[in-house]
Design a binder for this molecule. Structure first.
Ligand code: ZN
Length: 366
């Protein structure tokens, strides 16, 4: 109970406990077994967690303590496909003693597809979310409309949460938080040339950029760059719109969460060359699409050829070899990227012999 208070900030993000009590609580927190965590309870770092939810995206970002709030910002980008007990995003957060009613500063739903938003309903129900950002893409079904009802009912205390529909507020941006700068590089508009059907919905994805001191992270949602059959040097759809809109210096990033789970329809050569990531993160699972699985081999080959010094990390790590399918592919291949702004560590939870342990995949010093 004491630890619960220590790790859950008050609604305004500031501790209300006397310092002596707070110190005691922090000492207690220090002794919590942290072997299953990638960096213990270290909230001096910017931590970006790509949670293995199988085929889908779920990303938890915890800002360093002192940047905007005493205890660090909490941001969630997408909630994955599963709800209830199957929602690994929630169980992952619980591992961090992220208890019920904790404060989430911002929840972003990149686009209204089933592998991105359903798990966010649990986030709204379990935590107090201050701001919810949605693409505002108008062509959505009944299920997503139902989800939006939940979004519109969200409150923090007696205060109604802020709901941002980017279509209606295209100039919306986040306030800077000290050294932490978060911005939206691309959001849905009614412009033409963004595909049709499922592809159109993917190209409604909100693209988020986070800069912390010497490092930049880019989160692409499911933004696409070409038709599947087109060559990699063709550029169209959302990637074309992004590249023509965002300044080149804003596109360069150390860490890229690739678009559309590493599908052949994304990661065109133009995009890869504009971003030049040193860490390529792919969130994917064992769901078959017309007999093939994501990521596509052609995309992996493109990153390896264009950026031989980069590392590719995947949330479906080893899933194929283990014979996993959609019922059990959310098995814990989580990725955590930790930085103090000068150095950056890429860690992944690896499972072998029934045991799960965190290994450092790459360290970058700037
Ligand atoms: Zn997706």
């Amino acid at each position: 109970m004491l630890v619960k208070i220590a790790l859950a900030p008050a609604w305004d993000g500031h501790y209300t406990l006397p310092m002596r009590k707070l110190r005691l609580l922090l000492v207690i927190a220090w002794f919590i077994p942290s072997a299953q965590l990638p960096a213990g309870q270290n909230n001096e770092l910017l931590q970006v967690h790509f949670v293995d939810v199988g085929q889908g995206d779920a990303i938890w970002i915890q800002g360093p303590a002192g940047e905007c709030t005493d205890n660090g910002l909490n941001i969630i980008i997408d909630g994955g496909p599963h709800t209830g007990k199957s929602n690994r995003l929630i169980t992952y957060l619980e591992t961090y003693k992220f208890v019920k009613d904790s404060l989430v500063d911002c929840a972003i739903v990149t686009h209204p597809h089933d592998d991105h938003y359903p798990g966010m309903a649990d986030v709204l129900q379990n935590y107090r979310v201050k701001t919810i950002v949605d693409s505002g893409f108008p062509d959505v079904g009944v299920k997503f409309q139902k989800f939006l009802t939940l979004v519109k009912a969200e409150k923090v205390g007696n205060v109604k949460s802020t709901f941002v529909e980017l279509r209606k507020q295209p100039k919306f941006q986040f306030a800077d938080c000290g050294d932490l700068h978060m911005s939206i590089l691309f959001s849905d508009t009614d412009q033409t040339g963004l595909g049709s059907g499922n592809s159109r919905t993917n190209n409604a994805s909100t693209v988020v950029r986070i800069e912390y001191k010497k490092f930049v992270f880019l989160f692409m949602g499911d933004l696409e760059g070409k038709d599947r059959k087109d060559p990699a040097d063709k550029l169209s759809l959302g990637e074309k719109a992004l590249l023509s809109k965002a300044p080149a210096e804003k596109l360069r990033a150390t860490v890229l969460k690739v678009g559309h789970h590493g599908s052949e329809t994304s990661s065109t050569l133009s995009l890869i060359r504009a971003v030049q990531p040193e860490v390529v993160v792919i969130q994917s699972g064992r769901k078959a699409f017309s007999g093939t699985f994501l990521p596509d081999q052609g995309v992996l080959d493109r990153y390896k050829k264009e950026l031989p010094g980069s590392v590719i990390v995947r949330t479906d790590e080893g899933d194929e070899a283990q014979g996993l399918d959609t019922t059990n592919d959310a098995d814990g291949d989580d990725i955590a990227i930790l930085t103090d702004g000068d150095s950056l560590r890429v860690r992944q939870a690896r499972i072998s012999g029934g045991k799960r342990r965190w290994v450092t995949v790459k360290t970058i010093q700037k």
